[in-house]
Write a protein that binds this ligand. Structure first.
Ligand code: ADP
Ligand code: MG
Length: 357
């Protein structure tokens, strides 16, 4: 029993998702688990560890553990090449081996934890808070400025007063829109692990959203064209969230693609063969100025806009496509964007069909 457990040890270590490396008293590698080999493909058994891992703090920690200064030392190390990575490491003495065994027996175990992703998420969070504060502070500063003017120089000027109040109302609305969007983004994010399952007819969703946006389209002289199948297209979803998806995409197509004069709304049902769940495809196509390729991958990031002033002029918050992406993810669907400068843009939303009936 004892023996077979010991024999299984390499397999057990391979099953761990964190890199584990054993080195002997000369700092030569005697073992690396699968995660270690994946992280450092150049790691070779029988070669000095420092050939692959040059982090001075790590080497120093191993020296001190080998010299019995401490039984265990923790630290962090960064790597620049081939990509920036950050690791937490723990160097632990295999004490029985240290005293009695030859210098070539495993003497120290190194356990790593890759913190790169956690650090990236943390940086994104900090960025997000900074962006959100900045977006809120701009209209707030303008509101405070106008209040001071109303209390001071414009105290007895009714004409200026009514003009300033109009601007103030617009700034207040902008703040309210921003807060609404921030709240819906966090709501969707919090429920993203729970997939919505109610039957929702996408054809109805599109018609309803298009009805509410008709005045916006008319104002910009954009014709909405429908290509909807006669039968319902039931997807498994959350009706309100799917309305927001359609609303954001159609509104963007009208606002940013108005020079094309028309927006096409297409809905299709795709069967995917036996045993597979079919898909509903919503396609929103405009014939406006389009988006150049370098912007496409970043379009769904929070607050990312191709033209910030054009977005603000039309009441945009820069959060619409981020909300769309999270809702589509929650529905286990896909969002793809194709665009060409001067030709227009196509937004595809692909959602699994409802199977409950
Ligand atoms: N159909 C489109 N045509 C051209 N640009 C678009 C289109 N849809 C979105 N964009 C660009 O993507 C940016 C982000 O869109 P979105 O997240 O909805 O934010 P917002 O509309 O509030 O600015 C917009 O500011 C705009 O620059
Ligand atoms: Mg938008």
């Amino acid at each position: 029993m004892e023996l077979s457990q010991a024999a299984l040890l390499p397999e057990v270590l391979d099953a761990l998702s964190d890199p584990v490396i054993l080195v002997d008293g000369r700092k030569v590698v005697t073992f690396g688990n699968a995660a270690a080999m994946a992280s450092w493909p150049a790691l070779v058994k029988g070669a000095p560890l420092s050939f692959t891992l040059r982090a001075p703090d790590l080497i120093d920690a191993i020296d001190r553990v080998l010299a019995s200064v401490a039984p265990m030392i923790r630290g962090t190390m960064t790597e620049r090449l081939p990509v920036d990575r950050l690791f937490d490491f723990q160097v632990v003495s295999l004490s029985s081996a240290l005293s009695a065994s030859p210098r070539t027996a495993p003497a120290v175990v190194l356990v790593f934890r890759d913190l790169t992703e956690a650090k990236r998420l943390e940086a994104m969070r900090v960025d997000f808070v900074a962006n959100a504060s900045h977006e809120l502070r701009t209209p707030l500063a303008s509101l405070l400025g106008f209040i001071e003017t109303l209390q001071g120089p414009a105290r007895n000027d009714p004409l200026a007063q009514s003009r300033f109040l109009g601007i103030m109302r617009e700034q207040g609305r902008r703040m309210a829109r921003l807060i609404d969007d921030l709240l819906s983004l966090s709501r969707v994010e919090m429920s993203e692990h729970r997939r919505p399952v109610d039957p929702v007819d996408m054809a109805v969703v599109i018609r309803q959203v298009a009805d509410t946006l008709r005045p916006v389209a008319e104002e910009r002289q954009v014709a909405l064209e429908f290509h909807l199948p006669p039968e319902p297209v039931l997807v498994a979803g959350d009706r309100d969230e799917l309305m927001r998806v359609a609303e954001n995409l159609i509104e963007n197509a009208i606002k940013y693609g108005h020079s094309g004069g028309r927006v096409e709304l297409t809905l299709t049902k795709e069967a995917l063969g036996q045993g597979k769940c079919g898909e509903g495809h919503l396609i929103v196509r405009d014939f406006g100025t389009g988006i150049s390729a370098e912007h496409l991958p970043r379009l769904t990031e929070r607050f990312y806009r191709v033209d910030a002033s054009a977005s603000r002029e039309t009441g945009g918050t820069g959060l619409g496509l981020a909300i769309v992406k999270h809702i589509v993810n929650r529905h286990r669907g896909r969002l793809t964007i194709e665009s060409e400068l001067g030709t227009g843009s196509v937004f595809h939303v692909i959602l699994p069909l409802f199977l409950g009936e």
